[in-house]
Each structure stands twice: as structure tokens, then as C-alpha cells.
Design a protein around this ligand. Sequence first.
Ligand SMILES: Cc1ncc(COP(=O)(O)O)c(C=O)c1O
Length: 364
Amino acid sequence: MFSAVDGIRPHLLAIKAYEPISPFEVVSERLGRSPETIVKLDGNENPFGTLPAVREALGKLRFPHIYPDPQSTLLRDALSRHTRVPAENLLAGAGSDELIDLLMRLMLEPGDRILVCPPTFGMYAFSASVNAAAVVEVHRGPGFALDLAGIERAVREHRPKIVFIASPNNPDGSLLPTETLEILLGMPVLVALDEAYIEFAPSGSSRLREVPARENLVVLRTFSKWAGLAGLRVGYGAFPSSLMPHLQKIKQPYNLSVAGTTAALVCLQGVDELETIGRKLVTERQRLHAGLQEISYLSPYPSQSNFILCRVVDRQAVELQAALARRGILVRYFDTPELRDHLRITVGRPEQTEILLAALSELE
Ligand SMILES: Cc1ncc(COP(=O)(O)O)c(C=O)c1O
């Protein structure tokens, strides 16, 4: 008799599942607290939620029973006006996660390599393993700066097809210096620059607009963070013209839902409001950073994003995370050698900062 498991592709039997944060509803049940009372600072979501206009538009969807436009024409046109990148270079996805996977499906043969610079976002390595690709790691140095000499060496030796760099980087919040990107772009590799958090960095930090003029730069963006649509799954990317027809060909035709598309279009009409919220979060980040510095057992890193990474000095970070969770405060712990003594804290609303800082002082 055929046993289904014998048919599984061997490389997929071996991979480790991606470890996402615990689902909000599940944690809320486990803690016996209503979701509204949980101080959720573990997923880098927008603590101010979605714009009221988005909720309203979702309540009034006219054609949810009709398949969405496979080309996302209206959204790409609106994104083109927003970013000043031609729509021909823009592709929308169900979150930037989908675009990370799509790029790998387009470019990687089994056994091909990508290069990542840990600590960084885990989906690059995860999608690579699903795509039967190998991951070359060049670890970051002090202050989470890229090890350019190490990258140069690894590109020469291992010939990765894609280098994934997040700027600001998750989990530390550091930006990639302009000169460093120039050096990377001079290497024989496609550079996928992940700007998921760029709206929280100083204006002018994005490299999105340069994509059409470059042959080896991809820039990924998302509505999950600044625009508060994490649950609706909308991301986009700018890709070199040479890749666009092939990406269009291999993507799922209905990858973006009607709800996600509508929400993103409404966000693009409310950019001023979103920018105001973004500025509030940057101010709150500064306040949170100052507050965290006052906690004797924490050492926060500077961040250009909507989260702050802290080194935990005289206790176990995982225990601190658990102690906060018992108080209904969720922060992110990473069980990796480099980050085992760290916690990443998303910037919340001012009242959430107060609750967090009060709990942290109580735990002194
Ligand atoms: C650096 C980075 N890129 C991409 C993503 C994924 O974003 P999306 O929700 O658009 O899939 C995240 C989410 O945490 C992230 O931290």
C-alpha cells in the first residue's frame, strides 16, 4: 500500500518548522485574558491598529465573491504614485514573505545558495530550505554591522545567487549604510534589500527608487508594519525589469485577496494619517529607549525601527520573557546562540510603554 509519507520530498522531511510568535488568540486563552488587555509587543505590528477608513471599507466590500485581479493593477498603479517607481517594476504579494519565497522559486535550483547575515529575519533561511537551497551565513560583527570582507569571501567561494539584507535589520533595528550597499551591489550576486521597517527610519533611507536603474537590486516592502495590515497580508517589491515577466508568470494568480487589496488602497489614500502615526511611534521609540536604559538589567541597542533589542544582563532572558507574559506583556525571545540573552520589544502605544516599564522596574 502507498504510504503518503514515503512520497514527501526528502529535503522537506528534514527541515525545521519556522517558529512564529504564538498566535494571539491562543495566548489570550492560555493567559485567561481578553485580547484587548494583552500588551502585545512581540510581533512588530502597528499598536494603533488599522485606519478607521480601512475597517469601514472592509465592511462595505462590494465584490468579495469575485476573484481578485491577478495583476493587482489598481494597487500597483497606486503604489507607483506613492513610490515613484514604474508599475512595471512593482509586484504585490500576500505579505513580503510571499515575495521572498517567489524570488527564490524563480532563481534557485536545488543545491543553489543564498547568503544571509545573522542575526536577521528567519524567513530567508526558512524559504531557502523549503526551496532545497543551501544557506551561507556570514555573521554580523560588533553593533550588528555587516562583515563585508566575510561577505566578499563567501560570495567568491560559495557563489550564492541572492544576498538577503534587511534594513533596518530585524532584530536589532540597524540601518545598512549607503556605502555598504554600493559595495554589495558591486558583487556578482542579486541583492534583496528588505525594507519592511523603512518607514520608521529617517526619510531618505530607502533605496526602492533605484531598482529600475540597477540590474541586481530588489527591494521588498510591506503594509504589515507601518500601515497596520499584518493580518491582511499585503506586501510589495520593486524588481529589475528583466525579472518581472517571469515573476508574474510563476506567482499564484490570486495571491492577494480582495480584502487585502482594498485595505492597501485605502491606506495609500491615507498616507498623511499613517505618517502621523509613524512619527508618533518614532517619538515613542525614543521614550521607550530612555525608559529601558533606566532598567538596571537591560542594555537596549539604538534602533531605527519600531522595535528595540535589549541585552539582558544578570538574568535569563527567557525567564524574563515568561515573567512578563504572566503579567500579560508579550515580548520576543529568540532561542539562538547569539540572541539567547536578548529580548526584542516592539514599540507600543504610550500607555503600553508605561505598563511595560512598570513591570520591568517591579522585576528589578
Ligand atoms: C525584516 C522582515 N521582512 C519581512 C517581514 C514579513 O513581512 P510580511 O508581513 O509582509 O510578510 C518581516 C516580519 O516580521 C520582517 O521582520
